[in-house]
Design a protein around this ligand. Structure first.
Ligand code: AMP
Length: 215
């Protein structure tokens, strides 16, 4: 299966992607995670991306599309993948279509996670992520770790993403509405969009997503 996950920052894309990828036995490809890995390894690509990310803006397409394409061409993605955070604008969606067509492949679904805006802000403000594995995500109120600042799953240190500050979140939401939301119409025209509510417990949302994808 080849799936694209869309939804505003804080919709739980990363959390859901980790579970869905495991259930469907396909790799979870997150461009945000790829950028963060490049930043922590101090690569040229990471250096270039960092300023945009810290401001909550999109990293330029020339950089992003090449990186996503390289990842999709790795062996583990030959039979499918779950894209999380890519494409994030129509130009990237068109570039993805070109990559897929070249290999005579197509997307099976675009899963759109819907969350009200006030909920998004609350989710992001309290979000804490594990330094060892970004799919280990907690929330100070809704999903608090047993010990403050420590990951329940692996004991790693929990931190708040620099771009989860209130000011940057406002920019990210604006970017989502103006640049990313139009891809939903782009994919609607291809009859690929499945919209589900991302409210409720993590496992409830995963079950909802699996049911929607099976259809
Ligand atoms: P995420 O982890 O998906 O929330 O992404 C964090 C940040 O990485 C975004 O706010 C952007 O600055 C950058 N980023 C991730 N994916 C993309 C993309 N497809 N295009 C441009 N920038 C991206």
């Amino acid at each position: 299966m080849r799936i694209v996950l869309v939804g505003p920052p804080g919709a739980g894309k990363g959390t859901q992607a980790a579970f869905l990828a495991k259930n469907l036995d396909i790799p979870h490809i997150s461009t945000g995670d790829l950028f963060r890995a490049n930043i922590s390894q101090g690569t040229a690509l990471g250096l270039e991306a960092k300023g945009y990310m810290d401001r909550g803006e999109l990293v330029p397409d020339e950089v992003t599309i090449g990186m996503a394409k390289d990842r999709m061409e790795q062996a583990d993605a030959a039979n499918g993948f779950l894209l999380d955070g890519f494409p994030r604008n129509v130009a990237q969606a068109e570039a993805l279509d070109v990559v897929l067509k070249a290999d005579e492949m197509q997307l099976d679904a675009v899963l759109d996670l819907e969350v009200p805006e006030d909920e998004v802000v609350k989710r992001i403000a309290g979000r804490r992520i594990c330094r060892n594995d970004s799919s280990h995500v907690f929330h100070v109120e809704y999903n608090a770790p047993k010990t403050e600042g420590v990951c329940d799953t692996c004991g790693g240190e929990l931190y708040q993403r620099a771009d989860d500050s209130e000011e940057t979140v406002r920019t990210r939401l604006e970017v989502y509405h103006t640049q990313t939301e139009p891809i939903i119409d782009y994919y609607r025209a291809q009859n690929l969009v499945v919209t589900i509510s991302a409210l409720g417990k993590v496992d409830e949302v995963t079950a909802r997503a699996m049911a929607a994808l099976k259809k």
